[in-house]
Design a protein around this ligand. Structure first.
Ligand code: F6P
Ligand code: MG
Length: 475
């Protein structure tokens, strides 16, 4: 906490903040869904020891939900041998072992997922079980229309890039710049579809957020757009002919968002804007939909045989006696193209995964240079570190109640100018914190429908309809 901003953080007890709504309405639903998932796996198992242990896990999750809903004190994270236990428990102690509704939101929400994780990590039969996996893969499957649309677009584009007949370098550069913007915007709006928000959005809402029409219509909702600066950084090192030009993506969600992140990564490598892309997943199941290494493998597995993935009825479809429509030969070939591209890049070492436990620590990234020096030094080797999504943005800014016109470079503190790290945040807004707006802009949006009015709440920033793309040049 000593390295954090002094601007006060959002707290679960702030009734006008999304922190309170999350803790009161969303977390109990998320825990209930986890219980349902384990229950389902228990009934599917024929190993009695595993079943017994699964019932114990269900009881622990139910206990957690009870403690949350009855505003009990947070209990220490049980020791499952991982290094972050002391980090969590030390901070809990420093906070005075508070209750669920009287605590900084960021710490509390991280604690929730770390606590869920201990019920599995301390077991024998469920140690590596991902309680959110079923939800993640099902949602990816249900984003089929947008996945196919993008696969076709990506294949055309990469093929065309290989035969670009534009004569002048300026013409080629302009095309590259436009595509960079488009890829980043696809990648940005892919973040509007995370599963933890599904407790308040329907699948149909989410599908609407994914298509290209929706993206065009949403451009006016990008309140800050620093993509031009980020592009210049990459272009400059390409022009200088630097041998290794690395881009890092601190991943957020699995499924559709991971898919669009890989589209961006593939574009950066194919266009020569990068020679290496390092992806940073989480190490434990996190905030329902975040990517863990197993999701990456499952995702490539799905693309390796897309017909099987899309045409085999899901459990729910079986219950409703529904058969998914077959995949056309073209769709299948487009997805096959993506699979070949990504597995080749992965095999050639141009696209790599680099997990680090720091990403699931409780605090914000103001702490990074002091508490995780190796990771910090490593990120300095990157031309651009792209932080995806809302939680990463909250962590960058310390999830603090900044004046919304505070410059982004100031709100990210030690990762700002002079840090040696070039930071680009691609974030659709799903929480109260927002910075980098022009004076009066927040008030203006509050006046719009569902903006929050003058009731004190920044409701417009809760539902993923608005976005900020903020850049800080650190080197
Ligand atoms: O909106 C609720 C929430 O769980 C926030 O608490 C969190 O920051 C966010 O969703 C997760 O979103 P993302 O997947 O974009 O980080
Ligand atoms: Mg997420």
């Amino acid at each position: 906490m000593e390295f954090d901003t002094k601007t006060p953080p959002y707290r679960t007890g702030d009734k006008s903040s999304f922190a309170y709504v999350s803790a009161r309405d969303r977390w109990p639903v998320i825990i209930t869904q986890a219980i349902d998932d384990v229950y389902r796996s228990v009934t599917e198992s024929d190993d009695s020891a595993k079943q017994e242990e699964g019932k114990k896990i269900i009881a622990e999750l139910a206990r957690l939900k009870y403690e949350l809903q009855h505003d009990r004190q947070l209990t220490p994270i049980r020791d499952d041998g991982k290094a972050d236990v002391s980090v969590y428990n030390h901070e809990l102690e420093q906070l005075g072992t508070p209750n669920w509704f009287d605590i900084p939101w960021l710490f509390c929400e991280c604690y929730l997922y770390r606590r869920i994780n201990t019920s599995f990590s301390l077991s024998t039969h469920w140690k590596t079980y991902d309680v959110f996996y079923r939800q993640k893969i099902n949602t990816f499957r249900s984003s089929r229309p947008a996945v196919l649309e993008l696969a076709a677009r990506y294949k055309d584009l990469i093929t065309q890039m290989g035969h670009d007949r534009r004569k002048t370098e300026a013409g080629r550069d302009e095309a590259q710049r436009i595509l960079f913007f488009e890829m980043c915007e696809i990648c940005l709006w892919g973040n509007a579809t995370d599963l933890s928000l599904l407790t308040s959005l329907t699948y149909e809402d989410i599908q609407k957020l994914q298509g290209s029409e929706a993206r065009k219509a949403s451009e006016k909702n990008i309140l800050v757009n620093d993509l031009g600066d980020a592009y210049e950084v990459l272009k400059k090192s390409q022009r200088e002919g630097k041998k290794e030009r690395r881009v890092d993506i601190v991943l957020d969600n699995a499924g559709f968002e991971l898919y669009v992140d890989l589209i961006l990564a593939g574009y950066l490598l194919s266009s020569g804007l990068a020679t290496l892309v390092v992806l940073h997943p989480k190490s434990i199941p996190w905030f329902v939909s975040d990517v863990v290494p197993g999701d990456f493998a499952a995702f490539l597995g799905a693309l390796a045989d897309p017909k099987r993935f899309y045409e085999t009825p899901s459990d729910d479809e079986k219950l409703q006696d529904k058969t998914p429509p077959p995949l056309s030969e073209k769709d299948s070939a487009d997805l096959g193209f993506l699979f070949q591209e990504w597995t080749r890049m992965h095999a050639e070492g141009q696209l790599i995964l680099r997990p680090n436990a720091f990403w699931t620590y409780p605090g914000g990234y103001w702490r990074l240079p002091s508490v995780e020096k190796n990771l910090y030094e490593d990120l300095k080797n990157s031309e651009l570190v792209i932080f995806k999504g809302d939680l990463n943005y909250r962590k960058l800014t310390g999830d603090a109640a900044w004046d919304p016109s505070t410059p982004f470079t100031e709100a990210i503190g030690p990762l700002g100018p002079g840090s040696g790290v070039n930071v680009l945040a691609l974030r659709t807004c799903k929480a109260d914190v927002v910075v980098g707006l022009t004076p009066g802009q927040d008030e203006e949006i509050r006046e719009k429908e569902e903006g929050g009015g003058d009731g004190g709440a920044r409701k417009w920033a809760w539902n993923g309809k608005w976005a900020v793309v903020s850049f800080s040049q650190g080197r």
